[in-house]
Each structure stands twice: as structure tokens, then as C-alpha cells.
Design a protein around this ligand. Structure first.
Ligand code: HEC
Ligand code: HEC
Length: 397
């Protein structure tokens, strides 16, 4: 397969810069194992002046504790405009998969909050992934810096190379990938612009992808507009926002209240936990999340709590996509939490000091309160982000 590839790649790769785009004529065909040599024309639309990824105009509350303490950006891989631009091209490039059918964006779609509307995503050979795709907003803001539902990746830099090599997702070997990318006309310049020379290594691929993913910061939701009115130190949980409807304010108050405890796990203005939790989905899990990785029974049923920003766009929900709607999610917390032995304290009657036998909390929300919670969650949708060209597909036909 590698041989065929290298042979076909000899196809002419011309490069012509024209104001905003440059066109690349290259073999993005997916019939690599046949004699047929189709050569598609690929247009890569990149701006003359790089988009700003490195220094977004974040509101004041992002630059203060506890948000600052959530950042997992390593000192040796800060987001740069050049690196994130390369990361964007890699993220949308189907050449990243063994048969050129799947890119990162196939399963992380911008209009769906960089998630997938399918409960299980379809990999390069038509097989389904074992879990629901995850939304990528606020990936930079998870304090323990771990990735995936079961947190098996210790860093984002480690994570970004894993789907590429996954046998269901993209099916590539890293050395094969390096060789393949170096035959595509548009990469040398992009690597050089980022790293100072055109050498293509998997380490650089991982860094650039991580920069692009970390640049996906949501800060222009209706919630952020409301936050902007507050005096620093004022508690958004109990201060009504003037841009919210009465029900949205009720939902916000409920979300941050001790009655629901939602914010004990989906906390701060990034709506994340500092680490994994068990939210009582099952009494006996088929997929034990962290427990399956560590083998420790006390971690069974613990899963990553990633940000709820854009949550209305990332259905279906949970690690296995079991809930199709936010209503179902809310009903789970209202009346469906299971008495798993590892159920997190804030979903138990009596909390951490409660009885030894686990008794799940029942919220007794009325219909108006359930609706209010849903409407509040919908205010976390970041339309400007989901339509921002800097996160969009740079490839055209
Ligand atoms: C075939 C579908 C598919 C493809 C292709 C894919 N992903 Fe994913 N992605 C998923 C699924 C499913 C998960 C959750 C998997 C798990 O937890 O075991 C996930 C999880 C992630 C996460 C973890 C988010 C978090 O908060 O922990 C990141 C980051 C991510 N993917 C980035 C990428 C990048 C970058 C690429 C391309 C190199 C990519 N993905 C390709 C389906 C896909
Ligand atoms: C004890 C911690 C905890 C509390 C309290 C909690 N959650 Fe969660 N939440 C989680 C965990 C863990 C997950 C992911 C579980 C999984 O996928 O297996 C999750 C997932 C979700 C999801 C789906 C996320 C996705 O990307 O699919 C939504 C929506 C959600 N919670 C909303 C709420 C709301 C609303 C409340 C309050 C009524 C709440 N949560 C209370 C821990 C908690």
C-alpha cells in the first residue's frame, strides 16, 4: 500500500498563489489501490494574514482564577497563529486517514460543537467507534489535562496522535503519515512557517493539531454577554442577567444551586469539573470508563466531565450517546440517577457525609424548572464560534 501511494504521489503538484487562496493540484483520490489515476483539484483557502488564534479577546473573567488554573497548555506548545493554521489544515485533511475518507472533522463537526450527531461515529472503513464523539470547546481548560471519556490520554499532545493510529478511526501508522504528508504540496510551507523548517514529524503534527484544538475557546455566548455586565466578584449563579428571559434566569439559578448541584461538576464559567466523576448512569456499566483503563474498581463508571459550552449542539449525550435530547439528560438527573457504589457525592443524599448505602438524590423538578434548565443550557451555544471561519474547513473542491 505504501509503495502504490508513493508511486501515485508523483502526480504533478503545482502551486499557484492567488490573493486569498492557493490552489493545489494533488492526488486526493481515494482509489489508491487501483490502476486508475484520478487527480482531484484541491483548493486550500487560507487567509493572507493569519487568523488570530494566539490572542483571542477573552473577557475579563477568563484571565482570573479559577479559570486560569484550568489551563492545560504546556509551556513548550503555546498556541501560535502559524501552528493553529497548520493544525486547522491537518484537522480537515482526509489524507490523514489510511484511505483518504475521514478527517478529524468527520467526527468533530463545527456546526455540531465539534462533535458528531451520530451516537457512534463512522471510521475510515465504515466501522463504528466505541464511544460518542466529544465536543471540543474549552479543551484547553481541563485542569488535570487528560483527554477522552476515560481520560486515557495524559495530554492533548498525546491524544491528537491516537485517532490517527486508531484501527477504527483513521488507520494510519505515524511513519507512513509523515511520508504521505511530505508528498502533499501544501505542507512544506505550512510546517516551515510554524517550525522554522519544512521537516514533517509526528511530534510536529501532534503539536499543531493540539494548538488548533486548544484555540477552540468559546467566549461569545449569551451567557458571556450576561457575565460582561457583572462587577467582578458578583456571583453569576444568583445575579439575574438582564439579557436573559425569566426562564433562562430561573434555569441559571437552578443550575448553580445546591438543589441541583449541577455546578459542583459542571462548574465555573467554563462548565467543567477538575476531574472525572460518576454521574450514576448505570448500576452496572458495560463501559467502565476510567475503571477499565486503571483496573481499579473504585474508578468504575467514572468519566471525563468536559465543558457544557455548545452542549445544545452536541447531541446525543454521554459517553455512549444514550440520551438523544437535553430533556432526557435533565430527566436522568431529576429521577434516574442509579445507586452505583462509586456515585459521586454531590448526586447522593447526604453528600459525602451521607449514609454508607448509596441513595441517589431525586430533584423533584417541576415541568417549568426542567424547561428552565434546558433553556439555560441553550444559552451556552456559541454561534459566533460555530460560524467562525478560522475553525472552518479550509479545503474546497
Ligand atoms: C471516526 C471518528 C473520529 C475521528 C476521525 C476523530 N475523532 Fe476525536 N473523538 C472521537 C470519539 C468517538 C472520541 C471519544 C473517544 C473516547 O473517549 O474513547 C473522540 C475524542 C476526541 C478528543 C477528546 C476530547 C476531550 O475533551 O477529552 C479530542 C481532543 C479529539 N477527539 C480530537 C481529534 C483529532 C485532533 C482528530 C484527528 C487527528 C480526531 N479527534 C479524529 C471520534 C473521532
Ligand atoms: C457528580 C457530578 C455531576 C453532577 C452533579 C452533574 N453532572 Fe452532568 N455529567 C457528569 C459526568 C461524569 C458526565 C459524563 C458522563 C458520561 O458520559 O458517562 C456528565 C454529562 C452531562 C451532560 C452530557 C455531556 C455530553 O457531552 O454528552 C450534560 C448535558 C449534563 N451532564 C448536564 C448536567 C446537569 C444539567 C446537571 C444538574 C441537573 C448535571 N449535569 C449534574 C457529572 C455530573
Amino acid at each position: 500500500m505504501t509503495k502504490n501511494w508513493l508511486f501515485l504521489i508523483v502526480a504533478m503538484l503545482t502551486f499557484s498563489a492567488c490573493e486569498d487562496d492557493y490552489e493545489v493540484f494533488g492526488p486526493l483520490n481515494d482509489e489508491l489501490n487501483t490502476e486508475e489515476q484520478t487527480t482531484d483539484v484541491v483548493t486550500l483557502n487560507l487567509p493572507d494574514e493569519l487568523f488570530n488564534y494566539a490572542n483571542p479577546d477573552l473577557p475579563f473573567f477568563f484571565n482570573a482564577p479559577p479559570i486560569q488554573g484550568q489551563l492545560n497548555t504546556p509551556a513548550n506548545n503555546p498556541v501560535t497563529d502559524e501552528g493553529a493554521t497548520l493544525g486547522r489544515v491537518l484537522f480537515y485533511d482526509k489524507n490523514m486517514s489510511a484511505n483518504n475518507t475521514v478527517s478529524c472533522a468527520s467526527c468533530h463537526q463545527q456546526e455540531h460543537g465539534f462533535s458528531d450527531p451520530l451516537a457512534f461515529s463512522i471510521g475510515f472503513e465504515g466501522e463504528f467507534t466505541g464511544r460518542n464523539s466529544m465536543g471540543l470547546a474549552q479543551a484547553a481548560y481541563y485542569a488535570n489535562g487528560r483527554f477522552f471519556w476515560d481520560e486515557r490520554a495524559a495530554t492533548l499532545e498525546a491524544q491528537t496522535l491516537m485517532p490517527i493510529q486508531d484501527h477504527i478511526e483513521m488507520g494510519m501508522e505515524l511513519d507512513e503519515l509523515e511520508e504521505k504528508l511530505s508528498t502533499l504540496a501544501y505542507y512544506p510551507e505550512l510546517f516551515e512557517q510554524t517550525f522554522g523548517d519544512a521537516q514533517i514529524t509526528s511530534d510536529r503534527i501532534s503539536r499543531a493539531l493540539s494548538q488548533f484544538v486548544r484555540s477552540m475557546v468559546s467566549y461569545t455566548t449569551k451567557f458571556d454577554e450576561g457575565m460582561a455586565e457583572l462587577v467582578p466578584g458578583q456571583n453569576p449563579g444568583i445575579t439575574p442577567f438582564s439579557n436573559y428571559s425569566e426562564l433562562e434566569n430561573l434555569g441559571k439559578e437552578l443550575f448553580f444551586s445546591a438543589r441541583t448541584n449541577c455546578a459542583t461538576c459542571h462548574g465555573t464559567t467554563n462548565f467543567v469539573a477538575p476531574g472525572p466523576r460518576n454521574n450514576g448512569l448505570d448500576l452496572v456499566f458495560e463501559d467502565n470508563g476510567l475503571g477499565d483503563v486503571s483496573g481499579a474498581p473504585q474508578q468504575n463508571g467514572l468519566f471525563k466531565v468536559n465543558s457544557l459550552r455548545n452542549i445544545a449542539m452536541t447531541a446525543p449525550y454521554m459517553h455512549d450517546g444514550r440520551f438523544a435530547t437535553l430533556e432526557e439528560v435533565i430527566e436522568h438527573y431529576n429521577s434516574g440517577v442509579q445507586a452505583h457504589p462509586n456515585l459521586s457525592a454531590t448526586l447522593r443524599v447526604g453528600g459525602a457525609g451521607g449514609p454508607n448505602n448509596v441513595v441517589p438524590r431525586v430533584l423533584n423538578l417541576n415541568n417549568e424548572e426542567k424547561l428552565a434548565l434546558k433553556l439555560f443550557l441553550e444559552t451556552l451555544t456559541d454561534e459566533p464560534m460555530l460560524n467562525d471561519e478560522k475553525f472552518s474547513d479550509p479545503f474546497g473542491e
